[in-house]
Design a protein around this ligand. Sequence first.
Ligand code: 5RP
Length: 208
Amino acid sequence: MAKLQVAIDLLSTEAALELAAKVAPYVDIIELGTPLIKQEGLKVVTAMKQAHPDKLVFADMKTADTGALEAEMAFKAGADLVTVMGTVDDATVKGAVEAAKKYGKQVVVDTIGVKDRVKRAREVTAFGVAFVELHAGLDEQALPGYSIQKLINEGKEAGVPFSIAGGVNADSIKAVLEAGAVVAVAGSAIYGASDPAKAAEALKAAFK
Ligand SMILES: O=C(CO)[C@H](O)[C@H](O)COP(=O)(O)O
């Protein structure tokens, strides 16, 4: 069954733990956003895994180089999944995958900025990544005319395990799941809601 991932793009460990405590009953994967990790360091990953040992903790490292080293750092801190950018050298992705094998963990490739997401998704899947994140980042989402539909179409075409991130919300979740996503990632639709637990619960209800 597909999984719901909450992306916590807040800026303090305290706020992240507070949000996670509210939404944990409804989510399968807890993502620590890149700005959060940059602000707080990998200790936020450790704190989250300690607070939620039953959840998969996703460190959105967005690694661009030294794939093995950065993946190992995150796995040692308690991450179950780490991201490597799809735009980078194959060797970086492969290095992270080697580290994941060593720790019994997993790598996800983030396709922000990838021109041909379908082609790259197929390439990196062959390297042994868990799934590919078809992702439009927050800057791309803010551009006029942005639509999540492009990611949904790419997912249907790719024929490899994929997640979708880039404005997943109550309106788009059904289409994301129907496209075959193994993971639906929701950030602002949850942390930006007046009642994050209710928002997460409503998203999770779409999985039935
Ligand atoms: O990784 C991210 C930005 O780089 C976000 O966490 C991801 O895009 C999900 O957030 P949202 O649902 O608000 O788009």
